[in-house]
Design a protein around this ligand. Structure first.
Ligand code: AMP
Length: 191
């Protein structure tokens, strides 16, 4: 198995690059944002609980997200590996993910971090809101909140994996294809 985390702030291009990477490497895409949005669309109890956090740009509680990922990993035994997108977002989630993967006799092999300046992130969220219909992309206050949550809570995930020398920083500015080829180079050198 080859498991990777695509890491970066909201609007750094994780979703776009994930789609290309799973097509090329046959990995299972595990985006907690997508899973939560489908719970909301299905009007499930979990979705109703998550929606108010997401609309405010806050993180959904760790226990909810970790439970969702646990179920998704168990439901996808036998895959080539997982591409985690938007997860983990806190140190507690990172530790829980390490434990979960260990219980399946595997681990995170690399964390590919997309570095994008804050000004550019806001522009991308505004652009994405026009086609995605995501309310959390359209509201300037929610955009700022999501970036500050990233800074205050999510950057700790990079520190966690840095301690194991698993983090590679890449320039997230450029064309989709340029960034994709940077990511592929890192993956190919590890497989
Ligand atoms: P995303 O699609 O990854 O930008 O996530 C959209 C929203 O879903 C975030 O702003 C959070 O409210 C929630 N969310 C997604 N992934 C997580 C996570 N790993 N932990 C907590 N909340 C999450």
């Amino acid at each position: 198995m080859f498991n990777l985390i695509l890491f970066g702030p909201p609007g750094s291009g994780k979703g776009t690059q994930s789609e290309k990477l799973i097509a090329k490497y046959g990995l299972k895409h595990l985006s907690t944002g997508d899973l939560l949005r489908s719970e909301i669309a299905g009007k499930t109890e979990l979705g109703l609980k998550a929606k108010s956090f997401m609309d405010a740009g806050q993180l959904v509680p760790d226990a909810v997200v970790i439970g969702m990922v646990d179920a998704a990993i168990s439901a996808n035994k036998g895959v080539n590996g997982f591409l985690f997108d938007g997860f983990p977002r806190t140190k507690a989630q990172a530790e829980a993910l390490d434990d979960l993967l260990r219980s399946h006799a595997t681990e995170i092999h690399v964390v590919l971090a997309l570095d994008v300046p804050e000004e550019e992130l806001i522009q991308r969220m505004i652009g994405r809101a026009k086609t995605s219909g995501r309310t959390d992309d359209a509201d300037p206050e929610v955009q700022k909140k999501r970036i500050s949550v990233y800074r205050n809570e999510t950057l700790a995930v990079a520190d966690h994996y840095n301690a194991f020398n698993k983090v590679v920083h890449l320039n997230g500015l450029g064309t989709v294809d340029e960034i994709f080829s940077l990511l592929c180079k890192e993956i190919d050198s590890r497989q």
